[in-house]
Design a protein around this ligand. Sequence first.
Ligand SMILES: Nc1ncnc2c1ncn2[C@@H]1O[C@H](COP(=O)(O)OP(=O)(O)OP(=O)(O)O)[C@@H](O)[C@H]1O
Length: 556
Amino acid sequence: MYLSVRNDSFQFFYYYSGCCFQHVTPLLGRHLFGAISLQRCKQTMTCTSSLICNCCWRTGNNSFCEAVTKCNRNRWGIRLSPSRNNRKIYCQCRSMQITVEEQQQQQRSVCTLQFKNVGLDVGKVPIIRDINFSLFEGEILCLLGPSGSGKSTILRIAAGLTRPTEGFVYYQGKELIGINEGAAIVFQNFALFPWLTVSENVELGIRGTKSKIQRKAKAEKAIDMIGLDGYENAYPKELSGGMRQRVGFARAIAVEPELLCMDEPFSALDVLTGENLKSELLRLWQAGEIPTKSILIVTHSIEEAVGLADRIIILGKDPGHIRSLLRIPLSHPRDRKSRSFQNLIDQVYTLLSRPDATCLTEGIPVMASKKLKNTFSAPSTKLVSQESSKYPTLPSVRIGSVAGLLSFFGDERVIDLYRLGQRLQLDVDDLYPLLEAGVILNILKVTEGDVMLTDQGSRFSVASIDDKKSMVREALLQSEGARLIQQIYWLLRQTKRVHRVPEELILDTILEKYFSPSESRRQLEVAIEWGRYAELFGYDAPSGELFLDEDPQQGE
Ligand SMILES: Nc1ncnc2c1ncn2[C@@H]1O[C@H](COP(=O)(O)OP(=O)(O)OP(=O)(O)O)[C@@H](O)[C@H]1O
């Protein structure tokens, strides 16, 4: 059970037999007055005393009794404890000096959105699998993960724009079917209609049967709140990127959504504009100026996730799945230079860069590395191995870029991942594929938030071009992560005489069984690029055929 205090009321929430009950007790002066409405059973009861309020109600077979007591001046309290006989719940006094943080913490127990074993297949291609999480009131939850891990898909499912093919989504306790009327989305690319003014764009999002005047009033309020007043009649082309995204926010806020979904809302903006908008949004949210109860945000930026979120879900891919749930135990405003903030950044980097280690906990999270253990007192952690698909996804990078990465090591053998990202001015989403490729090629090793040059990597960085090629060739033929390239190479060696294979054959028989059509094409392009570098096979663009670079007889 928990209790939250508003200016004029106490709000009680508690759980019994798996159900959440809620009622609001008005507080007049220092007295409590009756009119308790019990949300779940729709009963309204009136209490008599101004100082001690006792009430009972019945829901089905369960009886409850409650007393709210003033224990001394300005200290009101309630504690419920189930008794053995006739299931009474008794109240006792307790200090109610509840801080804003406690209140937010408590509100989190009310679930806005819940994903239960959610999966999505498009055709035969699995996009996401076994997605389980809850989003609570008062909470900002970030979805973080590499490109293609299903972040936007999960967001679309939460907004009811995409229907999952497996599992259930619950919104406010009810199964979500169709569009989520309580949610609004802010998109990365603003998604404004260029032929409509700011005001018209914002009004467009307001649903329901409201009159034109009501819609206009709501739009104006949202426009004011987001700092766009004066621009009501401007067209999107007259606005800067930051202003356009403000329109995107105003449109979402005008709907008065309880759930605000944001798909990389700041990534198309320059850093300062993004930071400014982020802090303004955070201020509106914290001050309760927007009716939004929960925020679900997709981001590629670790710093953004650690800066904003109460919890971060880290996703893996092939197909998209939850690898970790991480709590950010910092209050706002967060000091980015603080040690705790920097530690969390390191930890998230570590989790993102170790696709082999999946860390899941039941309920609230979490940690996967030694460093994490220092920060969180998580009750239990179980490591599970990532389910491997037949062909691990090849990271979409050029071998030359991986080789270029080595030059940033200089004399060092080990570099902190986060610092490496900063040194290269790369987001984790850009750095991650480079590291993955380095690991596949056995030239890099990623451990505990650090990236380390292997012995092979040290040799590679000073090797001649020919030697580099043969090192890559050797690694590709041995590495687990390069199974696709090995399969193509094997196929070419098996074909009689000409040793040529049309790309369609590889797409149809190998790739499209495991990847979406666009990802299949991307995988083929990466395989060709890497195969060419290693001189394992080549590609003839006019005929669209892959061919063996050597005569297989010579190798035997
Ligand atoms: N309707 C669809 N048809 C085919 N493939 C799809 C469809 N929707 C998503 N996918 C694929 O599912 C995967 C996950 O897509 P999604 O956009 O959710 O990932 P993401 O993590 O948001 O990626 P990014 O960070 O690049 O936006 C991608 O490989 C994408 O190509």
